[in-house]
Design a protein around this ligand. Structure first.
Ligand code: FAD
Length: 421
């Protein structure tokens, strides 16, 4: 069967069946319950920012593209109100009020100038480390309840969706100059001409694409009888999955796209493991003490399991040569995150933004250098991930983990179909 993948995950030393076992039994159930916690449930996103690359060519009219946004009353107490926008932990709140008291005694011109310098410096720091545009501090951003707006089939397709994928692969992935055709580009022959870092970039995007398309096949609109069940009937669509990934319908590429799903999963899993000493100290503050404590315990448990994974992706093999490559890699990825503002379906945009931001956070953890040797750093935090970055990272890995889990369901369905024939 085309989805019975064998051997090692590309660019990694880990076997696909090891990932299957580890994910489906150990990681997936833990992530599933963790992502129901309030801290991870509400994602702040700007759905109004204009597409910077072309005139908005389509607005998805499907009702399943709609996003139910959150009112202030729905949010946990710690996320309510403008005052809390950038201050999600008790610790930071306290530090800020201490600082404010100190500044009260200073000459105001000096403190304003000092503050400006600090702001400029912070902006510069962020600009150089971040792999994507972060919506969290935008005045147009709003909270979306991810549990009420699950990623699934929406009907977004055609010119607009194709344009997004095409511009990601053709303009923003690395490619040999002569391949201006998407189908040519994705063939392995051409991929083999790319260097490791360029292949990693392509595989990460392709894995994300495969994950999105697995989700929409796994939670497909099976019947849209508006008069029967107005919410529609949802479930797995094996035919849709086969059309998207079988060798016959994809020029032999489908199984490689599924392999890339495993690759990007291992990449993000490694980022989570690397940031574990940092993430274990986070408070996961929502203003509800019991819930926050449960979240901290669940994170510790998950990180403990991940640390025992036998064969993590080794990021040290990357960026050892040309210094410019890392800069280019980051710029290309930032562009991909900007393209998410051009997605014509709001629901797809929320999940597209969340997953690119999650992947961007993983890349920042792996390659910015700030998370190296965290175990040996006993000083106070030298840097901070924003709340949205943590929410995006853990949800993004949750998406990939769910896709690998659902792949197993599709495998079983295909095997049973074979038996019944
Ligand atoms: P597409 O998936 O649009 O792919 C275009 C071309 O890319 C294919 O013809 C193939 O040549 C190549 N390709 C396909 N998969 C891969 C891969 N894994 N790696 C490399 N190349 C590949 N739709 C929903 O129903 N729900 C969603 O939540 C959703 N979220 C989306 C989020 C984003 C950011 C985008 C851009 C689209 C989203 N879509 C979503 C749309 C969905 O991804 C498809 O674009 C749509 O279903 C049309 O599919 P298609 O068969 O035309 O091929």
């Amino acid at each position: 069967c085309f989805c019975n993948l064998q051997g090692k995950v590309d660019e990694c030393s880990c076997n696909i069946d090891t990932v299957d076992y580890f994910n489906n039994i150990k990681i997936y159930p833990r992530l599933k319950s963790l992502l129901e916690k309030d801290y991870f449930r509400y994602f702040k996103v700007n759905l109004k920012r204009e597409c910077p690359f072309w005139e908005d060519d389509s607005k998805c009219s499907m009702r399943f593209c709609n996003v139910e946004s959150c009112g202030e009353k729905d949010l946990p107490p710690g996320l309510k109100g403008a005052k809390n926008e950038n201050k999600y932990t008790k610790e930071v709140n306290e530090q800020c009020s201490e600082l404010n008291n100190e500044y009260d005694h200073l000459d105001t011109t000096l403190s304003e100038k000092a503050q400006k310098d600090i702001d400029l410096w912070n902006k510069y720091d962020d600009a150089t480390d971040n792999f994507c545009i972060i919506d969290e501090n935008d005045s147009d951003s709003e909270y979306v309840d991810l549990l009420k707006n699950p990623e699934r089939y929406t009907g977004y397709k055609g010119k607009s969706a194709r344009r997004i994928w095409e511009s990601i692969y053709l303009e923003n992935c690395f490619r040999p100059k002569y391949s201006s055709n998407l189908n040519l580009y994705i063939q392995n022959g051409i991929l083999s001409e790319l260097c490791l870092e360029e292949r990693v970039f392509y595989r990460a995007i392709s894995g994300l694409h495969a994950s999105i398309n697995t989700h929409l096949s796994a939670i497909y609109l099976l019947s849209d009888n508006k008069f029967g069940d107005p919410k529609g009937v949802w479930g797995p669509n094996l035919q849709e999955f086969q059309r998207r990934f079988s060798e016959e319908t994809t020029n032999g590429e489908g199984p490689n796209w599924l392999r890339n799903l495993y690759f990007v999963y291992l990449l993000e899993l490694r980022a989570l493991a690397k940031a574990a000493p940092y993430l274990e100290k986070e408070e996961y503050y929502t203003g509800n003490e019991n819930e926050d404590w449960d979240t901290q315990m669940a994170i510790k448990d998950l990180l403990g399991v991940i640390s025992r994974f036998p064969d993590h992706f080794d990021e040290k093999i990357m960026f050892n040569g040309d210094k410019n490559l890392k800069y280019e890699f980051r710029e290309h990825f930032r562009n991909v995150s900007r393209i998410m503002d051009c997605v014509g379906c709001p629901k797809c945009k929320v999940w597209g933004k969340l997953q690119t931001q999650g992947l961007g956070t993983a890349l920042k953890i792996l390659f910015s250098g700030k998370f190296d040797n965290l175990e040996n750093t006993n000083s106070k935090k030298r840097f901070q991930l924003q709340r949205n970055e943590i929410v995006a990272l853990v949800n993004a890995i949750g998406r990939l983990s769910t896709s690998i889990y659902k792949l197993d369901d599709f495998k079983n369905m295909l095997n049973n179909k074979g038996v019944n024939k």
